[in-house]
Design a protein around this ligand. Structure first.
Ligand code: AMP
Length: 439
């Protein structure tokens, strides 16, 4: 029960309105740790309830220790605009009964409007790093009063190249602040450096790291010959699976658009989300998804972080993501807050090794499922090595075969007949007239 944390009654009222009956495991551990005021670093997945895990103790602190003359007191940094927007929405729900204001600062929105947001001195600012750096460039004192700094999805922020920005922003906050870092993995390259620079003797909390099994998400693989075969498998699934909303991932914007048109043609209530769209377009499609007007969303990895739509119970990887971390974030769009979900990856010949790497990294084995009416020629490798990759020809054998071929070519044989000249074509595509042989 949330009563155990001794949170302010205005927060308990908001929790009740949100219908949260009991804290999730990450909340059970992170809330009491954060309430002590210590720095914390938490390894937890999206979907685990981590947002409330850092917002509840933070808002509680703001309510209890009033500071009417302060500017912004809490800064939450998030890697993507979508995640920042979602954090902002959740913050608004949690502060519904408390006199606490929050502001959202992301790229793609009006700079002037955001400057006005800062002038109102909201207690909490939720922002992406790039745009905040721009604002700090104009007014370096904006974050002077920040007493709680939260880095959400830190691994992703570093993956996106924000390490320097994050450290610069942290330096602009109060030196004696509390810092909380949330990340899906602590193995990310560079994260140790950021922790060392930005956090002070943090308490480490690991609830479920990237390698933990997602028991509530069924993970399957469907083998495919090529993209046309994948199209048929996808169409079959959308017609035969029971789902409320489905999220389809592809690796490229072009493929995402192609799938969107393909599914629209097949009369699905489909939307598309990728980085080339304007912020307004992205917001519009997200709200149509939240309201249930869009049943199937095709997206690139832009959507794989932070996207929190409760009704997504089917995730399809049309292409396998290029890293296991991305795989986890994609499938984590379903099975939110302990609900059941299904994640199906379409895997062709070229993606087999990627599948094996993901399995090895996550220490899981994906169930290979078959759809009888749509079996293709590709059945997976005949023999597997212990790392799950196919047993291939040894390099030595390949080298020998190449040498043999070269030797045959070099052998003196019958001189070849000169080839008959090939008729040249004119620019308009017609062949030249042939001269009739004079007999
Ligand atoms: P997050 O991991 O913060 O993105 O949260 C994932 C989802 O879980 C969100 O839709 C939250 O509203 C929901 N949630 C968070 N905490 C709880 C809780 N204690 N009980 C039920 N749902 C929750």
């Amino acid at each position: 029960m949330f009563n155990q944390f001794n949170l302010d009654p205005q927060l308990l009222k908001a929790i009740e309105a949100l219908d949260y009956n009991a804290p999730t495991p990450v909340q059970a551990q992170a809330i009491p740790a954060a309430l002590t005021g210590d720095d914390i670093m938490v390894c937890a997945q999206t979907g685990s309830g981590k947002t409330a895990a850092f917002l509840l103790p933070t808002i509680d602190k703001l309510i209890r220790n009033k500071a009417p003359n302060s500017a912004t007191r809490v800064l939450v940094l998030a890697p993507t605009r979508e995640l920042a927007r979602q954090l902002f929405k959740q913050c608004e729900l949690l502060t519904k009964f408390a006199p606490i204001e929050a502001g959202l600062i992301t790229g793609g929105e009006s700079f002037k409007f955001q400057a006005a947001t800062f002038r109102k001195n909201p207690e909490i600012i939720i922002s992406t790093p790039g745009r905040l750096i721009d604002h700090l460039g104009r007014k370096p004192t904006l974050m002077d009063d920040v007493e709680v700094l939260i880095l959400d999805e830190a691994d992703r922020m570093l993956d996106m190249g924000f390490a320097e920005d994050v450290m610069n922003i942290a330096n602009k906050c109060k030196p004696d602040r509390q810092t909380m870092l949330f990340s899906a993995t602590m193995n990310q390259k560079g994260i140790r450096h950021v922790i060392k620079q930005v956090l002070k003797d943090p308490v480490a909390i690991t609830v479920d790291d990237i390698n933990s099994k997602h028991d509530n998400i069924k993970q399957q693989v469907l083998l495919a010959d090529d993209d046309q075969h994948k199209d048929r498998l996808l169409t079959w699934m959308l017609a035969n699976e029971t789902y409320r909303q489905c999220l389809i991932f592809s690796n490229t914007k072009a493929k995402t658009d192609e799938l969107y048109h393909f599914l629209r043609y097949h009369k699905h209530k489909v939307g598309v989300l990728h980085g080339d769209m304007t912020q307004d377009e992205r917001n519009h499609i997200m709200s149509r998804m939240q309201q249930g007007h869009v049943k199937v969303l095709v997206a690139t990895d832009v959507a794989s972080r932070g996207l929190d739509v409760k009704d997504i119970d089917l995730v399809v990887n049309f292409d396998l993501p290029r890293s296991a971390d991305d795989y986890v974030h994609r499938i984590g769009r379903t099975g939110r807050a302990g609900e059941q979900g299904l994640a199906v990856s379409l895997v062709n010949h070229f993606e087999w090794n990627l599948k094996a790497s993901i399995e090895r990294y996550l220490k899981i084995e994906l169930e290979v499922r078959k759809i009888k009416t749509l079996l293709g020629k590709y059945k997976g490798p005949k023999k597997l090595k212990s790392n799950g990759k196919p047993v291939g020809k040894k390099k030595k054998d390949v080298k020998k075969a190449a040498e043999k071929k070269a030797a045959i070519k070099a052998r003196p044989g019958k001189p070849k007949k000169p080839r008959a000249p090939v008729a040249k074509h004119f620019g308009d595509g017609s062949a030249p007239f042939k001269r009739k042989s004079s007999s």
